[in-house]
Design a protein around this ligand. Sequence first.
Ligand SMILES: Cc1ncc(COP(=O)(O)O)c(C=O)c1O
Length: 368
Amino acid sequence: MKVPFLDLKPQHDALREEILAAFARVYDRRQFCLGAEVEAFEAEFAAAMGAGAAVGVSNGTTALQLAANALGIGPGDEVIVPAFSFIASAWTASHAGARPVFADIDPATFGLDPEAAARAVTPKTRAIVVVHLFGQPVEMAPLLDLAKRHDLRVIEDCAQAHGARWRGHPVGLVGDIGTFSFYPTKNLGGCGEGGAVVSRHGELLDRVRLARAHGSPERYRHTSIGYNHRMEGLQAAALRVKLPHLGRWTERRRVIADRYLEGIRLQDTLLPARKPEAESVWHQFTLRHPRRDALRAHLAETGIGTDLIYPVPLPHQPCYHDLGYNPGDFPVAEKAAARCLSLPIWPEMADEQVEAVVAAINAFAAVR
Ligand SMILES: Cc1ncc(COP(=O)(O)O)c(C=O)c1O
């Protein structure tokens, strides 16, 4: 049985007419950049995330850039970033002209290791980027303590964690500021690029709102250096159609994850941690196995798509060569990069497809 790693077609087929009608609404109003549709989405997304307000922006990368900007991070500053994430988490520092200082991850959850983060603090440290990777909320208490001790700001990168909760608290609102991505493959994905910023602090959101549109509180008056990071009306319209389905899609992801967790019996496999205080939204289901490449090839032969997310830790990316990190500096992230394998986990997967993945993984023991 064929099981693609991800198939966006069923979701987009099911919502095709509704999304096209929403596009027509924007087209006829001609509010392509910000406008009523974006404002409506901001209110609906904020309510769904348990936030008082949200600011719609052009993507998850610019959301992080605007978050750092709102916190006043700049040249000469250091920002602690987990060594294992998508590159945009590190751009939070780099786009601000600050230096990313990488710290290793917790082997159980892929989240930032608080002790490693503590070792990375210097007098120049201004902020910590916490990434709720794969939809799994990070244990925040020790990181919040660390931030308090050193007067650091906490940026939550929630690009993969729409609706996840840590001890009942929605991600993005535990730290100082939180960012989301609506890239098409995300749990809530648009028909193009999109992002949002949330915060408990209204003044930070005001700064984000100003900076996303040229630092301009009114036409042709610019009170601060700004950017063009506006959300598009067409994206907001598509996301408004999808948002009411997010809870149901997340539930389905949880059912699939539960089935993987109980069904996968392959020896030497490290399955993702499931902690009662962390309500994951299972953006990815990423296991670790010492013979990852052979397992991946075996699954491909049986028609099952997988992905390597992420094969290279951030400090070892060529763009950060000048920072001088060496192999062995981040043992947990390096082992994760060498062993991680992400399985198909999308809401429209049929039960038979989920069973096919479980059976194929368990059969690896027999064929190797
Ligand atoms: C952890 C993480 N941070 C940031 C981003 C950046 O989001 P975008 O692709 O919308 O710029 C992504 C997604 O691609 C991501 O996975």
